[in-house]
Design a protein around this ligand. Structure first.
Ligand SMILES: C[S@@+](CC[C@H](N)C(=O)[O-])C[C@H]1O[C@@H](n2cnc3c(N)ncnc32)[C@H](O)[C@@H]1O
Length: 348
């Protein structure tokens, strides 16, 4: 029997007032307890924050040396290493020295091209804000911790995390789903570290991208972009996209994971501003965690909706149909939907 059929049978038994069978209870309990433990992610956040995987990268070291290098108390360092060993992130040799396990070597050592440690740094930086979730759900008010966009200690790991994840999982897919041949000027609005602008410039040698973002983000992007040979085709503009001039006309305005940071009124206004920045035959490309009509999607969009309650003033994930209405309201014409995460709206 499939999981769905199992769940339906268990629901039917409950509805009929029958006692649930042992297997159904056991499966439900396993499902629940999978979400009950915060220990493992919390331990990884501390290990990454302390720089444990970086310290272990060069050569195997003993717990005292590790504690000295990362600024931990000897007892704390030892317990952390043992916990990481139990969890499968470090290995111990016969002489009591510890080294990174395969997963940490490739994904948690900052020198690795596949580093994704910023996700743990972001969650660590957001940790106090998550403590306010219940209150935010109760009141609906902006989080006490404020918006992630105005706090450099949270913005930097957010941008690095988005960059690392996009390079591993999203860029290749996007380049397949989106054809930018013929475009000469592209505005990457709220472009973060320039992940997509860089990928577009690499793929389309005649394209010039303007990366528009908040001043603190542009400072971080400048350092990242300078590493690429086509850096001269990524222009950097620091500003507030709700207030400042966006420039143009552009053939393409690209907004990835930006709309969900704004409440409906400013999201609507931003779409109108994007349209004004486009050439008459230009296109707006929205990439986001669009919800289905029932308010969820296959990539945790509703869960992300709650994350936005602790990370932003009033951001939210939008239902696909709501976005289409906003686009029409902003004066856009035909809309294409190349994938679940993309919408392409034509200016005319
Ligand atoms: C979730 S990040 C997305 C980054 C990138 N586009 C991506 O998809 O990985 C949202 C971006 O919007 C920027 N942003 C937020 N509010 C902004 C504002 N008022 N003006 C300009 N940029 C803003 C943030 O700094 C951040 O780079």
């Amino acid at each position: 029997m499939s999981e769905d059929t199992d769940a339906q049978a268990a629901d039917a038994a409950d509805a009929a007032g029958q006692a649930p069978d042992h297997e159904a209870l056991s499966r439900a309990l396993q499902f629940l307890m999978g979400d009950a433990e915060i220990w493992r992610p919390r331990i990884l956040m501390s290990a990454v924050r302390l720089g444990v995987f970086e310290a272990l990268a060069a050569e195997p070291i003993d717990p005292d040396a590790l504690a000295g290098r990362v600024g931990a108390a000897p007892e704390g360092g030892l317990r952390l290493l043992r916990a990481l060993k139990e969890m499968g992130y470090v290995e111990e040799d016969g002489d009591g020295r510890f080294a990174n396990a395969f997963v940490s070597r490739h994904f948690l050592d900052p020198a690795s091209p596949y580093y994704v440690g910023s996700w743990f740094l972001l969650n660590d930086a957001d940790w106090p804000a998550w403590g306010g979730l219940t209150q935010t759900i109760r009141t609906g008010a902006p989080p006490d911790a404020g918006s992630i966009f105005v706090n450099p200690a949270r913005l930097a790991p957010l941008l690095h995390a988005a960059h690392e994840r996009a390079r591993l999982f999203h860029v290749g897919e996007l380049l397949q789903d989106l054809d930018l041949r013929g475009a000469g000027a592209l505005l990457d609005l709220g472009g973060g570290l320039g992940t997509y602008a860089l990928a577009f410039c690499e793929t389309y040698p005649d394209l010039v991208c303007t990366l528009f973002d908040l001043p603190a983000a542009i400072d971080l992007a400048r350092a990242e972009i300078a590493r690429y040979p086509f850096a001269d085709r990524v222009r950097l503009v620091a500003g507030d996209f709700n207030r400042d001039e966006l420039g143009g006309p552009y053939d393409v305005v690209f907004m990835s994971n930006v709309l969900h940071g704004e409440p409906p009124d400013s999201a609507q206004a931003l779409l109108a501003r994007a349209r004004r920045a486009l050439a008459p035959d230009g296109r707006l490309v929205l990439r986001d965690s669009f919800l289905q009509d029932d308010g969820v999607n296959a990539f945790n969009g509703a869960v992300f909706g709650l994350t936005l309650m602790i990370e932003t003033e009033a951001g939210r994930t939008y239902e696909r149909r709501a976005v289409k209405e906003m686009l029409a309201q902003a004066g856009f014409g035909a809309i294409e939907e190349p994938s679940a995460k993309l919408m392409v709206a034509h200016a005319g």
